[in-house]
Write a protein that binds this ligand. Structure first.
Ligand code: PLP
Length: 449
């Protein structure tokens, strides 16, 4: 099929995720056909630096034969077997073993799923089982944060705090949401440090209001990704640690974006010095080459689930799919052997931080923040008051379109431009990224003037 035919048939037959079908019908889809290294190419031959690593997953870029070969060899040896009914496969065991090595010391168990959303469903099942097995059936409520993203199944979307999603289904009634640590949008007159403490204290207030005996867990992303790369003020996580230290409440860190090196540490929990009971992972674990997710479980929780009798009635057909596990193993091996996470921490991360900060000088940028291999730009009409251009976030959408046209994939979350480039990006490519972002900002400013 040629481009026009593909677009026509797409409109006819394909329901896309998170898409306004009316808009899509009018504009047509961009057909991506090839990718290599940190670049993708569309059907018109337009080559773009992929500032989003696919969808936060292709951390090693698109050209790793070791991963595709590992998948192919596995498919030719044992393409599928399940891990139900006392069965297992070597890839599942080897990946579980490798994960125990790269995760924090107290985390030594994993439950595999097919995606991050499924893994957050699994978290709810494990949390409930954990408290029930200890005769604490009243511990039911899970606290999450407004504007968090935890996937799109009923559990994932209920845990998430996106009001636009909640309007389109009936969220689970045992999930409560507290303040997100988004200083730029919601910090008002507080300093970022004050606001970090304030946001963490809303968790304490909510626990007190509900009664700590009724609260099972708190779930959060280390840094909110889909919510707009919300990097919390430095005071936030230490204060959350203090709050949770007062109560017997599990901490779940959703590491689907920040796991496997994006902060310059293996996990966001390592970066922030947190000790989660459970960690959700997906996306970058296979470098996006094969669907895989899971829940990493610490010894305290795993001990209870494993040692008390009775079947844990939960699992997915594709839990620990052997080809997915081989993709995960190959990815972890590359991250380790090539010391890619150290490079992000010591070289490319600091370089991105320096260059990205220069974008704050642009007339329509109210804040340029970054950490490791993520960054965000807040587009504003007025810098001191942080006032936006309009309610409809036209600036963000415009800037994204211009950026793509210029050969850089940036994403817009409202009027916040976000990037999450592959961890293998070079300093020269960081220069290219910043230069292209600046040009997109110029174009946006000119169009809005
Ligand atoms: C993408 C994402 C998920 C959902 O993962 P899927 O594989 O799309 O189901 C969950 N949590 C976070 C933080 C994510 O970014």
């Amino acid at each position: 099929m040629n481009k026009t035919e593909l677009q026509q048939q797409d409109r006819k037959h394909l329901l896309h995720p998170f898409t306004d079908f009316h808009d899509l019908g009018r504009q047509g889809t961009r057909v991506i056909t090839r990718a290599e290294g940190a670049y993708i190419t569309d059907i018109d031959g337009h080559r773009m630096l992929d500032g989003m690593s696919g969808l936060w997953c292709c951390n090693l870029g698109y050209s790793r034969r070791e991963i595709s070969d590992a998948i192919y060899e596995q498919l030719n040896t044992l393409p599928f077997y399940n891990s139900f009914f006392q069965c297992t496969t070597a890839p599942a065991i080897e990946l579980a073993d490798a994960l125990a090595e790269v995760t924090p010391a107290a985390i030594n168990n994993v439950f595999f799923t097919g995606s991050g959303s499924e893994a957050n469903d699994t978290n709810l099942r494990i949390i409930r089982r954990f408290w029930d097995l200890q005769d604490r059936p009243e511990k039911r409520i899970v606290i999450s944060r407004k504007n968090g993203y935890h996937g799109s199944t009923i559990a994932g979307a209920s845990l998430g705090g996106m009001s636009g999603m909640h309007k389109q289904f009936q969220p689970l009634d045992y999930i409560e949401h507290v303040q997100q640590p988004y200083w730029f949008a919601e910090g008002g007159d507080m300093s970022p440090e004050e606001f970090g403490i304030y946001a963490a204290r809303t968790l304490d207030e909510k626990i007190q209001e509900l009664g700590p005996e009724n609260v099972a867990a708190f779930i959060a992303e280390p840094i909110q990704g889909a919510g707009g790369v919300v990097i919390p003020p430095e005071t936030y996580w230490p204060e959350v640690r203090k709050v949770l230290g007062q109560y017997d409440i599990l901490l779940v860190m959703d590491e689907v974006i920040f796991g496997f090196g994006r902060t310059g540490a293996w996990f966001g929990a390592d970066y922030y010095g947190m000790k989660p009971d459970l960690m959700t992972f997906a996306k970058a674990v296979t470098n996006g080459y094969f669907p895989l997710g899971g829940t990493l479980v610490n010894d305290r929780v795993a001990e209870v689930i494993k040692s008390k009798g009775g079947e844990f009635t939960h699992g997915y057909t594709y839990s620990a799919h052997p080809a997915a596990c081989m993709a995960g193993l190959a990815t972890i091996n590359i991250l380790r052997n090539e010391k890619i996470i150290d490079t992000v921490r010591d070289v490319t991360g600091p370089y991105l931080a320096k260059r990205w900060a220069e974008l704050a000088d642009h007339p329509i940028v109210g804040e340029a923040r970054s950490l490791g291999m993520v960054g965000a730009l807040e587009l504003v009409k007025d810098k001191p008051s942080r006032a936006r251009f309009d309610e409809d976030c036209t600036a963000g959408a415009m800037c994204r379109d211009l950026s793509i046209k210029n050969g850089l994939v940036m994403r817009a979350t409202g009027d916040t431009m976000i990037i999450a480039p592959p961890l293998i990006i070079t300093t020269e490519q960081v220069d290219e990224l910043v230069e292209k972002a600046w040009r997109a900002l110029d174009g946006t400013a000119a169009a809005l003037a």
